[in-house]
Every structure is written in C-alpha cells, then in structure tokens.
Ligand binder design. Structure first.
Ligand code: EPZ
Length: 465
C-alpha cells in the first residue's frame, strides 16, 4: 500500500477554526446555481451510477479508528463528501484525493488527530458529520461534536447515539450546543435501539470495535450501507458478526489497521434514474448498480406497470407506458425507502388513479409536494399522508429545491413537464448526486446548469471615496 505521502494531497497544515474563512470557503461552492430544464425528451442510452454517499460517509469516519491509511474507492464526487473531507482535515487527518482515473479514490490517514472536534459550521451543513462521535471516543478517548440542530425533513435528534455511547461506558455532557464525550476505554455492552436508526447503528458499531469485551446491538438497521461499513471494519481487523440483520455482535479489539475498500453503488441514485426513465419514454439502462438493493422500489414500480429488466448490475427501463396508481408507505430497509418517496410522488402525478403516499420515517418530508402542485400536479397533504390524483399534465415553472431528495423529484417532474422549468437552490441536489445534469444530458435530457455570475464590484471613479 503506497505511503500516505506518495499520492498528491491536500496541504496538511489546514486547521480551520469555527468561523474561519477556511470552513466557509470550503462550503461556499455554487450556492447560486440553478437548473434550466426543458421537458418532453425521451431518455435513451446508459447512465452509470456513482458510489453510495450514505456508505462513503460512515466509511470515511471509520478511518478515524486507525492510525494507518484507509483507501476508499468508488467514492462519489458530491458536496457531502467534500464536507466530510473538510471535517476530517480540520481534525488533523491527511486526506488524499485520487485524480484522473483514480478520481473516485480517497486515501485517509488519521495518525495525528490533534483536534477531535466537529464544529457547528460543518455539522449544521451535514448531519452525518455526527458519525465521527463514536470513532473519536473509541480511538481518542474524547470527542467534542456539535449538536446537529433542526433539519428540513424532521427533528432528527441523535439521542440514541448518545444513549448507546453511555451504555458503552462513555461520560457525556451537553452544553453550548456541543456534545462532549469521554472514556478511558469503552467497554462492551448490550444496546437495544428504541427505534431503528441507520447512522445510530453505524456510529455505535464503529465505537464498539475498540471497546473492551463484547457488544450486542439489537433492533439494528438492515440497510446495505450498514453491511458495507461492517465489511470495511472487518477488513481493518474488527470482529463484527450479524451486520445486515437486526442483531449485531462485536468483539472489541485493542487496535485496528489500514485497509482498502470499494464502496457499494448508490441505490437511491439508481432508483432516481429508473423513475426518470419510466416517465420520460425512451430506453434507459441504469448501470453499475445492485438491483438486489432496489427490491421494494422495483416491486412497487412493477405494480404501477413500469416495464424494466434487471441484470446483475443494471436495470433497463423502457418508458412511455401507461402507469397505474399504487399506494406506498415508507419503511426501514428492506421496506420502501423514504429516500425514494419524493421521486415516487413525481411518478404518481403521471399514474392513472389515486396514490396514497405515507411517510413513516420523517415528520416533514413533503416539501416537494407544493412545488409539484405549482407545476400542475394534484396533491393533497395531510400530516404524514399525501394523496396524489393522476395523471396530470405538468407544465414548466420556477420551483425551489428544499432538500436533497425533494430536488431529485423536481428534476424528474421537469423532465416530464411541458415547457421550461427553472430549479432554484440546486446546491441541495449537489449534496448527493454527482453531476446529475451531465449524466441526464448524456442520455438526451435538455438540462443545463446556470451559475449566477456575480457582477464584479464596479471600480470607484477616480477621486470618489
Ligand atoms: C440515514 O439518516 C440516511 N443518511 C438518510 O438519508 C435516510 O433518510 C435515513 O437514514 C433513513 O433511511 C445517511 O445515511 C447519512 P435514522 P439517519 O437515524 O441515520 C429517528 C439522504 O437523503 N432518530 O435512521 O439520520 C429519526 O428522527 C438522507 O441521503 C431518533 O429519534 O436516519 C428518524 O425519524 C436523508 N433518534 C428515524 O429515527 C436518534 O438518535 C430514522 O432516522 C436517531 C434517529
């Protein structure tokens, strides 16, 4: 394995503090961008899916658990990954970016973590930053992590992460918006999650790898991203059994070592493109994905009458067929994913009949509904249930993105709509979709990114203060 210094790297002495331009600059990219989309074009060809954002983020946090380099491949080039890199570098980690053909590879070395802190500036832009909490306490014996605060889609507390860490023997205090956690060495324990939580399972699974003795976790999340993390941790020398089931057993070890790991494909990105293909007509192959991770979605699309074929690592969808309405309820994996609910709503606007969509995971995840109504959809929202009457002829309009998956839903609707749609705040979609406009354009969509060119400050005329 090449030494951390062989690959081209971000200069190490980058230790931003709260409010320092470093963090702001790193986060300030393309906030003014918009998409302009002209609907009505069939999608023909192949779109390649990137690595899973929700597998890459915990995998990067896992690098904290060892002083040796961890090499991650198939990392998506999306904004949340860049935020995670900024976070790890702010702690003292060395982060190497692969270039050219190695573009989707990252090498992380957390040998010198002088500053085990996740600052508010970063955590407020990406809640998944809290995934460093467990690994920092386990490896460094202490951590200072900002409370995440509110989120567009729901309250999203991390009380179960904290409760679990306390059950592993950590001492935790919370003040001034920060969680301070410390432990000489964590000790194995028995954790029963009150509620299924994806990052909660990941955070505590990571913490337990270096705890003294055995940890048993019950009512765990079954998401493929949890299993992928366990594969990486076991490659690093951890002793984890049962990931992917509701009971996970972890035998603590005293030290972990470096490893190389390829991140699984992004099932939500894949599902987004399958729905776009189903609605836009044409013949689209979504490649480099794992149809096995899309079970609940594909079953539902079949029920709606979507025509598709799967292979080992692709889904081929032929669009333009009449669709029938079907109700859906979001559930934890392997149920219908909440991260596909918004995109499914876009489909429901084109299906004949009434679709009832029930959101069971997050309490405020229908922000896209009103924007779809602006485009001509017929949707009534009542609490955690939305009722969609279809089919509706959508027409292009100026709409606003509110969160990552809501944005994907609006992109799909705009591809179907008659005329031109202008999507504002696409920085939301850049958080989790790698160059979505280029991928869609490559199969025939009319979509372009419009960056707002801020006018240069006019030079003061001579002699005027
Ligand atoms: C993960 O978020 C994903 N994010 C989310 O994807 C996804 O929507 C979610 O799982 C559900 O599938 C990442 O993996 C980085 P949870 P997470 O903890 O782990 C409550 C996207 O679009 N809860 O499983 O934060 C919580 O409020 C994002 O890519 C507590 O009450 O979700 C929610 O109602 C959005 N206390 C439910 O559990 C806790 O301590 C499930 O949340 C933790 C969670």
């Amino acid at each position: 394995m090449g030494s951390a210094r062989e690959l081209k790297k971000i200069p190490v002495p980058f230790r931003p503090r709260l409010g320092e331009n470093g963090i702001r600059t790193a986060l300030a990219e393309n906030f003014m961008d918009k998409f302009v989309i002209r609907g009505g074009n069939p999608l023909v060809g192949t779109i390649r899916v990137s690595g899973a954002k929700n597998a890459a983020l915990p995998a990067m946090a896992a690098a904290i658990l060892t002083e040796e380099p961890v090499i991650l491949e198939n990392i998506p080039d999306v904004r949340d990954i860049r935020t995670e890199r900024t976070l790890l570098v702010s702690m003292g980690a060395e982060v190497e970016l692969g270039y050219g053909r190695a573009h989707h590879r990252t090498t992380l070395c957390c040998r010198n973590l002088a500053n085990p802190e996740a600052a508010y500036e970063l955590v407020k832009t990406m809640r998944a930053s809290t995934l460093v909490l467990g690994p920092l306490v386990a490896r460094m014996g202490r951590a200072r992590v900002s409370q995440p605060g509110g989120c567009a889609i729901g309250a999203r507390p991390i009380d179960l992460h904290i409760k679990g860490l306390e059950q592993l023997g950590a001492t935790i205090t919370q003040d001034h918006g920060y969680i301070e956690a410390s432990a000489e060495r964590l000790r194995g324990g028995h954790i029963i999650f009150d509620k299924i939580t994806v990052t909660g399972t990941e955070d505590l699974m990571m913490a337990a790898t270096l705890a003294e003795g055995e940890t048993v976790m019950e009512n765990c999340a079954l998401e493929p991203e949890v299993s992928d993390l366990a594969v990486l941790l076991n490659k690093m020398g951890a002793r984890i059994e049962g990931a992917g089931t509701s009971t996970i057993r972890i035998q603590g070890v005293s030290k972990l070592h470096g490893a190389r790991h390829r991140i699984i494909p992004d099932r939500i990105e894949a599902g987004t493109f399958v729905i776009a293909g189903a609605l836009c007509g044409g013949d689209l192959t979504v490649s480099n994905c794992d149809p096995g991770h899309l079970g609940a979605l594909l079953k539902k699309l079949e029920e709606c009458g979507v025509q598709f074929k799967t292979s080992e690592n692709s889904v081929r969808v032929t669009g333009g067929h009449a669709l029938a309405a079907a109700d859906v309820s979001t559930e934890e994996y392997p149920g219908f994913p909440t991260d596909m609910q918004a995109q499914y709503m876009a489909l429901a606007t084109q299906a004949s009949g009434v679709s009832a969509i029930t959101e069971n995971i997050f309490e405020n995840r229908f922000m896209h509904a009103q924007e779809l109504v602006r485009m001509g959809a017929n949707i009534m929202v009542e609490g955690s249930r939305a009722v969609v009457h279809g089919p509706a002829q959508l027409s292009g309009a100026a709409v606003q993105c509110s969160d990552l998956r809501a944005s994907a839903s609006l992109v799909i609707a705009a591809l179907v709509a008659e005329g031109e749609t202008i999507l504002d705040r696409v920085y939301h979609i850049d958080r989790g979709y790698e160059r979505i406009e280029e991928k869609l354009r490559s199969v025939g969509a009319q979509i372009r990114r419009m960056g707002e060119i801020l006018p240069k400050k006019a030079a003061a005329p001579v002699g005027v203060a």
